[in-house]
Design a protein. Structure first.
Length: 91
């Protein structure tokens, strides 16, 4: 009886480890896809989905930086995504 319980626990732990590894690997693939996106694409996907955005020439680089810091929290952007968007808008 104890051998069966131990074997069952081992199998459950192994299955859990496999599931955890697949989740981790899948999230890495998704992160790479996001990292490959440029500022223009990130701007279109994250900014324009909620509201009409002004022209990139409407604000200075410093103003876009301030706006980017504010909107990063609201749009749940990473620092790299925010920086790419600001770089695109500041061209």
């Amino acid at each position: 009886m104890k051998k069966i319980k131990i074997k069952t626990r081992i199998w459950v732990m192994m299955a859990g480890a496999v599931i955890l590894m697949s989740i981790i690997l899948n999230s890495c693939v998704e992160s790479q896809k996001v990292a490959a996106k440029g500022g223009a694409q990130l701007w279109a996907e994250n900014c324009q989905r909620c509201h009409n955005t002004p022209s990139p020439t409407s604000f200075s680089h410093e103003q876009w930086t301030t706006i980017g810091m504010h909107m990063q929290t609201r749009a749940q952007l990473t620092d790299k995504e925010r920086d790419k968007i600001i770089a695109f808008l500041s061209q």
